[in-house]
Design a protein around this ligand. Sequence first.
Ligand SMILES: [Zn+2]
Length: 294
Amino acid sequence: MSDLSCPLCGAEKFERIHGHVKHSNSSSIEQCVACGLIFQYPFMPAEKEKEFYEKQFPEYMKKRGAASETNPEEHFNTNKKEASRRLEYIKNYLTPESEVLELGSSTGFFIHEIGSFVKTVCGVEPGEQYADYANGRGIETHASLSDIKGRKFDIIFSFYVFEHLRNPIEFLNALKSNVKKGGKIIFEVPNVEDILVSFYKTPEILDFYWQLAHYFYYSAKTLKTAFEKCGYKVIDVKHSQRYDISNHIHWLKDKKPGGMGRYIDIFGDKLNEAYKANLIEKGLSDTITIFAQL
Ligand SMILES: [Zn+2]
């Protein structure tokens, strides 16, 4: 790691916080001693990464137990609930004049959901199968950002994409050419201060959490720093909690993912809501969303 400097602050001192990354033979998880940025090192080789996202990603997500479907039609339908969750907290930003772009739009389930609130929607999705499906439904979807070079948008969304990027700073700088003056960027990523990893941190949780596809693991602080470094004005970083108390109890009791909703008969909705609200208040939630402006 002697040739490595932190992409956020330039420091060259790192501390190893986890020695192994699942599905990788050689990677570990490191943290910059100066600014706290956490990242995987080394990343997947570029060629392997290309094939991974073009061909293997839906299968990989399914193996991790996500509700992600390999069949595009099922994926679109399974994610309707997720689309409504997102719409709920972003709808104040949408206007009938908004031209909207989503990076990593998969089957287009989110931009389809917001279509009636805005002027135009457009997606970028490298997965061939998902992109073909979206286009087939009339949702304009391109394989890469270079296909819409120079086209500017009022709002650019992405959900669980930014943590996959190997050059986040370069990416945010380049993205400016697609943002109108005063335009907004709304990116949602996992929060590395998630109570599962920062407090419970059982061997099973850590083995699952540090993963091949995630190169960077952001906190509210490091995410904000990344955007500010690239000249964006950060309006807000919002915490939210997607997984419920049952999921967490399942991790502790049976040492596995996939416990969502499982023990709701025992713990009840009231306790679940209070638990989630507490995680959000303490900054220990599983998800953070940055609202930034150019
Ligand atoms: Zn740093």
